[in-house]
Design a binder for this molecule. Structure first.
Ligand SMILES: Nc1ncnc2c1ncn2[C@@H]1O[C@H](COP(=O)(O)OP(=O)(O)OP(=O)(O)O)[C@@H](O)[C@H]1O
Length: 294
């Protein structure tokens, strides 16, 4: 497990990352979300050691991170950073060798990844001759090639078409199944919903929510949907109930306390048939919107 503990980074007067702490459990995908400028890239750079922390530390399996441990990480930096004028296979093999792979293993791994990203026919092409989305696929291949022990990916999905997103998701799932902790930042909340076991929400350099989907849902505002016959308009007059929406027989409700939900159910049954009465399970993207709007 990777543990970020009280990481802080100041740039002059500005505190870009302010005592940020969270865990990235092994074998799980953790989504790192927050508005532009919230501090995600700065945090990831500190995890990777490309930017020094003003204070705080990062632990891997309980021990402070060493340069050696970091060299086995896979990192996709925001600024990307491959060579535009080099053929893509050549540079992937070179990068694999920098990560202590043999030339033949690096070549085999690179060809496999390029094939999975639909780039098998482009191996001799210069990076700059590829479309931006295809360049992005090569950047991802570079981060994954050496079978990293930890993956830190700064917006790996931006610019990818749906087919490439699916290939990427499949690759990441393979790595988490092998026990790798994966941290990725994204503005695509639908993907965070689809992929993540955990989510960390950053706002103005601080963690404002973090945990597993279930943890976050347990803390989120609890809403219920009720469908009655014939009309749910009467719920507006019930005590202890906040009515968020009513449309014909269906209402979306929020209760001040659990007893209010039971009172409402009893009232509904006494009026006629109740077709549905159930808590609404919020998606991670709804939770994100809720915590960032608070
Ligand atoms: N080298 C730097 N010098 C000064 N300020 C910086 C530097 N790097 C980042 N910042 C500031 O730190 C804050 C956090 O930036 P960061 O890039 O980490 O945010 P982010 O969450 O990754 O945003 P985005 O989603 O737009 O990529 C911003 O206010 C940014 O302007």
């Amino acid at each position: 497990m990777l543990q970020v503990q009280n990481l802080t980074r100041r740039f002059g007067e500005k505190t870009a990352v302010d005592a940020v702490s969270f865990d990235v459990p092994s074998g799980q995908m953790t989504g790192f979300v927050g508005a532009n400028g919230a501090g995600k890239t700065t945090t990831m750079r500190m995890i990777m050691g490309v930017l020094s922390a003003s204070s705080g530390e990062v632990l891997l399996d309980g021990s402070p991170l060493t340069a050696d441990a970091r060299s086995s990480f896979g990192y996709m930096p925001e600024e990307r950073g491959l060579y535009p004028k080099q053929p893509i296979l050549d540079q992937l093999v070179y990068l694999g060798q920098l990560h202590r792979m043999s030339q033949s293993a690096a070549r085999k791994g690179a060809l496999d990844l390029l094939d999975r990203f639909g780039l098998a026919g482009r191996t001799k092409d210069k990076l700059e001759s590829l479309s931006l989305g295809n360049q992005q696929r090569v950047q991802i291949a570079a981060a994954l090639l050496h079978r990293p022990s930890v993956l830190i990916l700064d917006e790996p999905f931006s610019g990818l078409d749906p087919v490439a997103v699916d290939s990427m998701v499949e690759l990441l799932r393979e790595r988490t199944a092998a026990g790798v902790p994966v941290l990725f930042s994204s503005h695509q909340l639908d993907l965070v919903d689809r992929l993540c076991d955990n989510m960390v929400v950053l706002q103005q350099g601080r963690v404002i929510a973090s945990g597993t989907g279930d943890d976050l849902r347990a803390r989120a505002v609890n809403r219920h949907r009720i469908t009655v016959s014939p009309d749910a308009g009467w719920v507006r007059d019930e005590p202890g109930v906040r009515v968020l929406d009513v449309a014909g027989p269906t209402a979306i409700l929020q209760f001040d306390d659990p007893a209010a939900s039971q009172r409402l159910l009893a009232a509904a049954l006494s009026r006629g048939s109740v077709e549905e009465f159930a808590p609404i399970r919020p998606s991670l993207s709804e939770i994100y919107r809720e915590v960032t709007a608070a």
